[in-house]
Design a protein around this ligand. Sequence first.
Ligand code: PEP
Length: 260
Amino acid sequence: MAAPRTPIVAGNWKMNLDRSRGVALATAVAGRRGEAAGVELVLCPPAVYVLPVAEALAKAGGDVAVGGQNASDKESGAFTGEVAPAMLLDLGCRYVILGHSERRTLYGETDAVVNSKTKAALAAGLVPIVCVGETLAEREAGRTTAVVTEQINGSLAGLDAASLEKTVVAYEPVWAIGTGKVATPEQAQEVHATIRGLLAGLSSAATAARVRIQYGGSVKPDNAAELAACPDIDGALVGGASLKADDFLAIAKAFAGRKA
Ligand code: PEP
């Protein structure tokens, strides 16, 4: 029997909203959190708004978590412009997104960098949400499995079973991010099952069965239910639709009845 996995839906706000709109959105989500009972909810604002969002969530009560969108692999020191994982933790973050395709393509983050950041985040006490996914050209060339295999094995290299179980993986096909082109449930499930097999190879089948794997890429209220029905899709990493409380909560609600 599969290990129970609590669904997790995270909102990646990217470089959007200002402080007051971010606080208003967080307050709205926290106030309606009951609509997605049983689903772990995470809001990932820009780093400068982590604190006001964390404060708003604390004020609203409940258990909606805060996450960063990126963190350094260094603990402290002369790294101008960087934010250490411990600093995010200090502001109330429980999660941090790492290796998002925008960081990989726009800021040159390699699997080795993502691996180093993942280890640093875990060492600081954060839960990493590690993103992988192929480009359209890679999918069309039949290289999806090869690309995802390299990313998973590289980004999660050297993690022990306890660290792997804590880590969340997000499968985000690059061609589906911000494009309105969502992967079909069959396409997504196939890669999620591949990822779970890779995790088993890195550790054990029992460990892999406990790792939550989110799907990301144009998840909207109208396609969330069919994704949530797939056995290896344990939640969503949501970009654009996470900027509206109605949409974010509707997506989260789709995962509420999900049985792993
Ligand atoms: C993302 O950036 O992680 C993402 C999935 O974006 P969108 O939902 O807008 O495609």
